[in-house]
Design a protein. Structure first.
Length: 289
């Protein structure tokens, strides 16, 4: 990454991007003075205050999005303190982790925040990872028989499996190796990450070829997918990763920054405008290289 791009990501105007850059791109420890100062700046910001307010709302999906935001920024439960534990355990008690199709992403975010130490989280992760299918993916959990008839063979759902990829990648980054890593990685590399196995020119879903952000249970962009595969050891000179970088670079501007192609109408937190250069997409892109 050129210094001009790195300096852009480290601007004080976006302490949330700055913190993630310091911790995961520059690999600075939580004890580093730069990280400590950035956390202080973030925790005193309006961005953090909005997320904290969302955490304390009554709707479970508001809490879900706040947890996602904190995880994406690189915060931990220790950084947030007493404001988060009651809400996290309350959400678990209310839902049993079952946030429609969003459970694997919730578990990933909890791991990122430091909740793997909790037995209830560890046990749920073990239970869910044990459900991996022979093809290396995870089956659709819909109860709609038109979509997922339990009496018929059913292929894995790639959208759901992407969430598990992100979960397993985060575990790996924290030094926790899971038995399903190899099979899960193969699920994506056999299709060059994005494509139908019976037609390697057709994406399974078009959203996978864009830079949709923030990650959502049914929409996750190329930057998150490729980053997760890189975290799990996929080599950059492999056919799959070359395709991943090629797809990402379709959204690269001449100045080396990357564009946000799409986002939810109400994302988990403000990420910038669609169609213009974006710090989050740029950070993820460079963390894959």
């Amino acid at each position: 990454m050129e210094d001009s791009i790195l300096n852009w990501l480290l601007e004080d105007s976006n302490p949330e991007v700055k913190l993630r850059t310091l911790k995961e791109y520059l690999k600075l420890a939580d004890s580093d003075e730069k990280v400590i100062e950035c956390k202080k700046q973030l925790l005193e910001s309006k961005t953090y205050a909005r997320a904290l307010s969302r955490l304390h709302k009554t709707k479970n999906w508001d809490k879900y999005d706040a947890i996602l935001a904190f995880a994406e920024w690189g915060l931990t439960r220790a950084d947030i303190g007493k404001d988060i534990d009651d809400e996290v355990f309350g959400l678990i008690e209310a839902t049993g982790f079952k946030m429609l199709c969003g459970e694997p992403l919730l578990l990933r975010n909890l791991v990122k925040l430091g909740y793997y130490d909790e037995e209830i989280v560890r046990n749920e992760i073990s239970t869910q990872l044990a459900l991996i299918q022979e093809d290396g993916g995870f089956r659709c959990i819909s109860t709609n028989k038109k979509i997922n008839d339990p009496k018929k063979p059913h292929k894995s759902c790639i959208k759901y499996t992407i969430e598990f990829l992100m979960l397993v990648a985060e575990l790996h980054l924290q030094g926790i190796k899971t038995e399903c890593e190899e099979a899960l990685v193969h699920y994506f590399t056999k299709r060059n990450i994005f494509y139908r196995t019976d037609d390697m020119k057709t994406p399974v879903f078009d959203v996978m070829l864009g830079t949709f952000y923030t990650p959502d249970p049914i929409k996750i962009g190329a930057q998150n997918i490729v980053y997760a595969l890189k975290a799990l050891g996929c080599l950059l000179d492999s056919e799959a990763m070359k395709e991943g970088i090629r797809v990402l670079n379709q959204h690269k501007l001449e100045n080396g920054r990357y564009v946000l192609t799409d986002s939810k109408s109400v994302p988990a937190f403000k990420v910038g405008d669609v169609g213009v250069e974006n710090k989050w997409i740029t950070l993820y892109a460079y963390m894959t290289m």
